[in-house]
Write a protein that binds this ligand. Structure first.
Ligand code: ATP
Length: 197
């Protein structure tokens, strides 16, 4: 039988507990063999310049150590430039013939989807798993019903990278948002200090 591979793409700037909750929930609910976390170089739709890829990948490595079934795939950051999911999925399908691919994302990404590159092609390249996100309603018009074929509802995790960056800039507690090792890493390198979140 082919392998069932989940893909969680994002900026991971920085990785937080919401990402891990999303990946584990998808893996358990849909019996996936593995969920790959795939940081992008520079997300096409985000205005803010991302923190250096080396730092985002290093924090992901710390966060994923000991997390069963979650792996890290840094291909997009090494390729550099803008990140287009459609290209990454084409490459993964070539590399993993016989595997079924499941793209995992939060509800906020469903609203963005029509602005992704080649959305009409992309939607047919994999299965889609969508997780509810606190404060984000289902869009009134969804690009394609296949996007909402596999829904994951709760438990919700009210964390975002924006909130973590704000916590760092304001000197707030991060204990419930990110892991201790990642917190230590970003403090040691003064990441996100004095920047607008
Ligand atoms: P930012 O606050 O900088 O926009 P983010 O917290 O949304 O970042 P990303 O790395 O952009 O993090 O997210 C990658 C994917 O994970 C997206 O599909 C996003 O919807 C999803 N995601 C992130 N946090 C959560 C969460 N708390 N609950 C559900 N989905 C989430």
């Amino acid at each position: 039988m082919g392998r069932e591979i989940g893909i969680l793409g994002g900026s991971f700037d920085p990785v937080h507990r919401g990402h891990l909750a999303l990946a584990h929930a998808a893996r358990e609910a849909f019996g996936l063999d593995e969920v790959r976390l795939l940081p992008c170089a520079q997300q096409a739709l985000k205005a803010r310049a991302a923190t250096r890829a080396e730092d985002r990948c290093a924090m992901l490595r710390l966060a994923l150590a000991g997390e069963r079934g979650l792996t890290l795939d840094c291909r997009e950051v090494f390729r550099g430039g803008r990140t287009y999911t459609v290209e990454t999925l084409r490459a993964l399908r070539r590399e993993l013939p016989g595997a079924r691919l499941w793209f995992v994302m939060g509800m906020d990404s469903v609203a963005d989807f029509p602005r992704w590159r080649e959305p009409g092609v992309l939607v047919g390249l994999c299965e889609w798993i969508v997780f509810d996100r606190p404060g984000v309603a289902e869009p009134a018009a969804v690009f394609d019903p296949r996007l909402l074929a596999h829904r994951l509802r709760g438990p919700l995790c009210d964390v975002s990278s924006t909130a973590v960056r704000r916590q760092v800039a304001e000197g707030g507690a991060m204990r419930y948002s990110i892991g201790d090792l990642e917190a230590r890493y970003l403090r040691a390198r003064h990441l996100y200090e004095g920047t607008s979140p």
